[in-house]
Design a protein around this ligand. Structure first.
Ligand code: NAD
Length: 250
């Protein structure tokens, strides 16, 4: 049902973004990948999905502008690239704070402002922002991440209202813990910040939050993103979709 649609998915060389790119591609969308990684692996992915790739660093506005100009008119924009850092607030490195707000929140503003005119002109568009359970609730030592994701929620609601009569929807998807390199990477810092072993972090910190006691799978998020792109979802806008095994229901 996405034949003839162009989809740009940021941070799609890994994890959740890659699963979203695969799901949109499976429905017929022409996908533009973005993100870092091994060149040969990215070339293989492009072949497999019939996709193109932009290596734009989303912390640099001029690189975002170039990526959006090269992408041309996009029908589906998925703002997914994100990063995390775990530290008590008093020790939180300033460069990490700036990078997390810059990538998770400010880059979303830039891609959106550049994609919206084409979507409005066409009278159809889908903006999907990967937020997080941490856009609705908090846990300690993730001050920058939680602030950025709450910001993504507020930004998404705002543009949903601005675009409400234009055929363009804007929604967040808010995963709980999904087993990706981003989660693996925060385990050592969480061990340090909380004085726990690896298994204790996985079972007593991460999965403790999820009543299902299971990690969410990336392809489940891909399926939800594709669902939001259906024409029947035209009245779903400004929503923040939890996919968190019940975490935020508690
Ligand atoms: P990941 O680390 O597997 O992938 C991150 C992607 O972003 C990669 O493609 C990477 O190359 C790209 N990227 C990183 N810095 C970039 C930059 N400066 N410019 C362009 N691309 C850049 O992470 P993931 O777990 O798949 O996370 C994807 C999104 O999902 C993030 O926004 C994250 O906050 C969110 N999320 C993840 C989880 C989880 O449990 N993994 C839970 C909730 C929300």
């Amino acid at each position: 049902f996405l034949e003839g649609k162009r989809a740009l998915v940021t941070g799609s060389t890994s994890g959740i973004g890659l699963a979203i790119a695969r799901a949109l591609s499976a429905e017929g969308a022409k996908v533009i990948l973005n993100g870092f990684g091994d060149e040969a692996e990215i070339a293989k992915l492009c072949d497999e999905l019939g996709a193109t790739h932009s290596a734009a660093n989303l912390l640099d506005v001029s690189e975002i502008e170039q990526m959006m100009a090269e992408a041309g008119q996009v029908d589906i924009l998925v703002n997914n690239a994100g990063m995390q850092h775990v530290s008590p607030v008093e020790d939180f490195p300033i460069d990490k704070w700036n990078a997390i707000i810059g990538l998770n929140l400010t880059a979303t503003f830039h891609t959106t402002r550049l994609a919206v005119p084409g979507m409005k002109e066409k009278g159809w568009g889908r903006i999907i922002n990967t937020a997080s359970a941490h856009s609705k609730t908090a846990s300690p030592f993730k001050s920058a991440y939680n602030a950025s994701k709450h910001g993504v929620d507020g930004f998404t609601k705002t543009i949903a209202l601005e675009l409400a009569q234009s055929g363009v929807t804007a929604n967040c998807i808010s995963p709980g813990y999904v087993w990706t390199p981003l989660i693996e990477g925060q385990i050592p810092d969480t061990m340090k910040a909380r004085g726990l072993s690896r298994d204790e972090v996985i079972n007593d910190v991460l999965l403790a939050k999820q009543p299902t006691k299971k990690f969410v799978q990336p392809d489940e998020i891909g399926a939800l993103a594709a669902f939001l792109c259906r024409d029947e979802m035209g009245n779903v806008t400004g929503a923040n979709w939890s996919i968190d095994g019940g975490w935020t229901a508690e």
